[in-house]
Write a protein that binds this ligand. Structure first.
Ligand code: DQA
Length: 146
């Protein structure tokens, strides 16, 4: 029982990228926090980050037998039909996370092509959103097993 924490393009720069929007916590620190929460809740969290659309698609495919995926697709959320189709193609649930409140930002961030095919969606909760996403995945899993 593993969960993939998947971060998309430019999120490797967290810590220094636009701290007004994204804070100053690095991706490595976020990954560690989510791994620790996973351990507390009894799942192994595997982490990946990619700046490439195809690699993101591959990670989604490879997660089909996992408990689920917590994913910040970055800008791909706004236009990647390939990523949308990959999420739709696997049975495992995906929870989409955005650190910032994308709806309070530029109009091009108001569209998510991935949102209609995900099991859950968190935006505007800062990096806590990743932990909320993991909790939501596990709650959903527990409910299904009950
Ligand atoms: C983001 C929001 C996207 O619009 C942006 O392209 C990102 C980060 C967020 O976490 O708030 O790369 O996904």
């Amino acid at each position: 029982r593993t969960v993939l924490l998947l971060n998309g393009p430019n999120l490797n720069l967290l810590g220094t990228r636009d701290p007004e929007q994204y804070g100053t916590t690095t991706l490595a620190e976020i990954e560690e926090r989510v791994r620790v929460l996973g351990r507390e809740l009894g799942v192994e969290v595997v982490c990946a980050q990619s700046n490439s659309e195809g690699t993101m698609v591959d990670h989604v495919h490879e997660s089909r037998h996992r408990l689920g995926v917590v994913m910040n697709p970055g800008a791909y959320a706004h236009y990647s039909i390939a990523l949308r189709d990959a999420i739709d193609a696997i049975e495992a649930p995906v929870v989409e996370v955005h650190i910032s409140n994308v709806y309070a930002r530029e109009a091009f961030r108001h569209t998510s092509v991935t949102a209609p095919v995900v099991a859950g969606y968190v935006a505007g909760c800062g990096i806590t959103g990743y932990e909320l996403g993991l909790r939501a995945l596990l709650a959903r899993d527990a409910e299904r097993r009950a």
